[in-house]
Every structure is written in C-alpha cells, then in structure tokens.
Design a protein around this ligand. Sequence first.
Ligand code: GMT
Length: 375
Amino acid sequence: MKIGIVCYPTFGGSGVVATELGKALSKKGNEVHFITYSLPARLNVFSDNLFYHEVSVKNYPLFHFPPYETSLTSKLVEIVKFEKLDLLHVHYAIPHASSALLAKDILLTMGIKIPVITTLHGTDITLIGSDPSCKPVINYSINNSDGVTSVSESLKNDTIKLFDIKKDIKVIPNFIDHNIFNKSKKNIYRERFCKNGEKLIIHTSNFRKVKRIQDVVNIFCKIKKTIPSKLIMIGDGPERANIESLTRTLCSLKDVIFIGKVPDVENVLSDADLFLLTSEKESFGLSALEAMASSVPVVSSDAGGLPELISNGKSGFICKIGDVDDMVEKSLYILNDDNLSNFKDESFNRSKDFNINIILPRYIDYYDQIINDAN
Ligand code: GMT
C-alpha cells in the first residue's frame, strides 16, 4: 500500500502515534509519506519506503493568518497525484480532515480517487473541535471521511454526544512498541537524582491547563512527607512557568526536576516507581501506556479513556478528577515495598494488550476495508 500520513510533527500524543504507525507500516513493506510542516519529532529512522514532504506556507503582507490549510491541501493534491497514493490517513481532525477532504474533491476533478481516514485523538473533539468556531467543519469532516477511527470508546461516545454523527466510528486504541519501552533500559536519571534510594515518580505532559499539573505537585509534596521521593517532570508548555513557581512555594526544586522535552522518554521512565496523570480530559493517555510498558504503575484521574487503559487496583489506581487526597493514599499504597513489585509486573502485563503487533493489524485491516469500499 502507498499511504500518506498527515499529523502534527510535535511531541504530542497524536503526532507520536501517527509517526510510530507510519514507521511500523513501512517496516511491513508499505510505502509511507509523511506530509507535515516540519520533520515529525519521532521520525528518527529513514528507509527506502519512508518519505517526508514539508508543507511550506506562503506568506504575504495581506495575510494576518498564514493560510496553512490551503498549503496543506495543495501539498496533498500534489503528493497523492505524483506518488500515486492509495490512502490518506489524517491524525487530529483540525485542520487535517477538512484539508484532506478538499484535496480529495480536487483530485476527483482530475479523475483520481483517494479515500480519507480521519483518526480522532481527543482535544480535536472534546476541547477545540466542539467550539462553535470549528464545530460545523469538524462535523462535516467526520461524516464525509471514508473512515473514522477513535483512540478509545470514551472518545467515540464523546464524539457522538457532541456532534451529529452519521458515520460509524471504529475504535482502535493506541499502541506501544516494547522494543523501545521496557524496564531494562539503564535509568541514568534514577542514578543521578535518587542517590539515597528515593522512589522515582514521573509526570509527562504538554503542560496545558487540561492536565491539572498543580494536582501532580500537590500529590508529590504529600507523598514526600511519608516516603522519600523525587519527581521528574517531562515536557513543556504554557503552564510550565506557573507550575515551577508553585513547586518553589510548596516544596524544593531539588526534589522536583523539570527536564523539558526529551527525545528519549523511555530512558527516563525505565523501571521508575510511579507515574501520575491527573488530567481533566484524556481521551487515551499514551503517556500512561508508555509508563506501564516501562513497568511503572499509574495513579490517574478517571478522565476519558484512562479507565479503559489502567486496570484499577492492578496496574495502578483510577481516582476522581481533582481528588488529590485519594491519589496520595493510592500512591502511598503502591509505593509501599510490599506492593510495588506486584504493581510493576501488572502494569507491564497490562501494557502487553496494547503491543504494536496486536494493534497494527487492526489498522491494516481497516485500510484494506476502506480502500476496497472506495473502489
Ligand atoms: O492534548 C494533548 O494531550 C495532546 C493530544 C495530541 O495532540 O496528541 O493528545 C491526545 O491524543 C493522544 C494520542 O491519541 C492521547 O493519548 C491523549 O490522551 C489525547 N489528549 C487528550 O485527550 C487531552
């Protein structure tokens, strides 16, 4: 198959899923073309059948907003036509789905048929997509894509609740490559920061309000009163300065280490002791799956798809959004030396249900079905 993948090229979950999917498809012999505005953060390998096409946006003094959608659509028309693609798979509806549909219409005038699959990732539905400034376009894009997938049942239900959906939405959960994430990697961060045997706690996010990172800091400060520990914060984003300032007032910056965006999250997670994810919305929680694959139990909120991922009481605990005291209690239970290794094993075991070799064939079957239906 010749597949075009459109995604955000950032460290965000949708970009990571799209990039890892493209890499895995190319390893299976498919030709994969990434069409994005810069090189995807996780696109660290190249092979004969993996290509990257940059979308460059023309600017002009008249433009207050550079017309990215127009440039993306034109690039899609060019690449589908000249590379003779069989399918476009766009990740994150805004603005990728509507650009792909317009490209499809333009290509049809040239006698070229290209089916479009849109994968919904979360905030494209629950936060931004349902805003009146986007809603009619997203509604149209979902109903007119040839195929639509969602990363969790919860996101599928939210989509049906928030929009007027006429299209069947197929749930294909996110996946993990256990060759990259596992507990056997050397964790230099533990060696460096937990010299006195402190427990290692991790949080990863894009530091947006929706992640409720103040809860992570509050939980950590309370855990630390009972169990010596360190907290590593991975990622960056608009809330980081506020969170660093909160950390300074609540506990010491020596105990909470902000390491920013790192390309090798797997080395920081490897065999850490606890992962905290306190989000208000979380359609899937790829960062929690990465933790579990690294044998790290998770204490999370009950937002979105998290209960579909974490088996409560086994690979971690699910608590009500914002219930910091319950999250502290559950964290202390996991970190207790009598319980920790069991939770670590269960986390790893649960992550195996999402192994790439189980999920990838579901995408490939869906691609086949959509291509057949379109012809
Ligand atoms: O807002 C984010 O957290 C980033 C966003 C994205 O752009 O990728 O993440 C969403 O997609 C991920 C991959 O499918 C999911 O694991 C995240 O749960 C989801 N984030 C939210 O729903 C808030």
